[in-house]
Design a protein around this ligand. Structure first.
Ligand code: IPM
Ligand code: MG
Length: 356
């Protein structure tokens, strides 16, 4: 198969980790007779520096016309003082919105080889954490109207959090369908004891749950979810939630594994176009040092093969190679422990390639 991939390396460690994922994709292309054509586009701080905007219109068009998009990371302290409308993160939100990437899948898996890295006690992580957060990505408070104005002599800021039934229903469907392919358990996270958006969310999820009787469905309040993720994380299979709750809970969940550098993510549209990125950030403190962990990005590339290109065998191949490299004791510094062999970012990439 011939596929066009728009590559957005971004800022900080983005270019280093993306380079390794692209090498891995090249190896897959060679082994399975595919051809992947890459177009590179600046996004985030590097684009602000060059063009004065976090992504250009041409760059956005190249994302829209691709078969899929691979992203490193955006942002860094250098651009923290930029005005709100040209911050690096603005480009990320714009790509999500313009490409219609409403479904964000964030798997959190404790690799057995890295069990010691979890900050939780062994009795709690038990048989292993393997959960998936399905986060709504193009609605809610991230995209609602916002303003700051003077009222009675002081500033008042408002951020609206709108959700319509169709937005809730389409993310709900993704969650139920995904749960059907996994452990068939779905918890919907809301704040229905306070918010109207959450009450509509819950009502819509209940209606959908009747269509999926095989899925064991439950509602859980977001504050309780935050607690349960620490207390008993293995109770969860799939969690579905709105944009901001998903942002917060997915950071919490990823930390349960102790190795945020390993976690991939996929942002999907109603078609096959998707954007794939590691869930960690741009780590400006270690940028350019060739010590970042490229595995989160490499596993994101595997998700791209699985979800956008329907190449399950190829995706399995990458995931198996990552497991073999970990089994053989190779570690980047973020997951290093005694008795293992420390490797650099590009060496980790090469090791994965050698195992494909
Ligand atoms: C994420 C990030 C983004 C978000 C930021 C960078 C805008 O935290 O992908 O989780 O809040 O969605
Ligand atoms: Mg986040």
């Amino acid at each position: 198969m011939n596929k066009k991939i728009t590559v957005l390396p971004g800022d900080g460690i983005g270019p280093e980790i993306v380079a390794e994922a692209v090498k891995v994709l090249d190896k897959i292309a060679k082994k399975y007779g595919h051809s992947f054509e890459y177009t590179y586009v600046d996004i985030g701080g590097c684009s602000i520096d060059k063009y004065g905007v976090p992504i250009t219109d041409e760059g956005m068009a190249l994302c829209k016309s691709a078969d899929s998009v691979l992203l490193g990371a955006v942002g860094g302290p250098k651009w923290d003082s930029c005005p709100a409308n040209i911050r690096p993160e603005k480009a990320l939100l714009a790509v999500r919105k313009e490409l219609g990437l409403f479904a964000n899948l964030r798997p959190t898996k404790l690799f057995s080889q890295l069990a010691d890295a979890s900050p939780l006690k062994k009795e709690i992580v038990g048989g292993g954490i393997d959960l998936l957060i399905v986060r709504e990505l193009t609605g809610g408070v991230y995209f609602g109207e916002r303003k700051t104005e003077e009222v009675n002599g002081e500033l008042v800021a408002v951020d609206y959090m709108p959700y319509s039934e169709h937005e809730i229903e389409r993310i709900g469907r993704v969650a139920f369908e995904t749960a059907m392919k996994r452990g068939k358990r779905l918890a919907s996270v809301d704040k229905a004891n306070v918010l109207d958006t959450s009450r509509l969310w819950r009502k819509t999820m209940h209606r959908l749950s009747e269509e999926y009787p095989q899925v064991e469905y439950s509602d859980i309040l977001v504050d309780n979810t935050a607690m349960q993720l620490i207390k008993n994380p293995t109770q969860f299979d799939v969690l579905v939630t709105e944009n901001m709750f998903g942002d917060i809970l997915s950071d919490e969940a990823s930390m349960l594994t102790g190795s945020i550098g390993m976690m991939p993510s996929a942002s999907l549209s109603s078609g096959t176009l998707g954007m794939y990125e590691p869930i960690h950030g741009s780590a400006p403190d270690i940028a350019g040092m060739n010590i970042a962990n490229p595995l989160g990005t490499i596993l994101s590339a595997a998700m791209m093969l699985r979800y956008s290109f329907d190449m399950a065998k190829e995706a399995d191949d990458i995931e198996a190679a990552v497991n073999k490299v970990l089994d053989a004791g190779y570690r980047t510094c973020d997951i290093m422990k005694d008795g293992c062999t420390k490797v650099l970012c590009d060496q980790m990439g090469e090791l994965v390639i050698a195992n494909i």
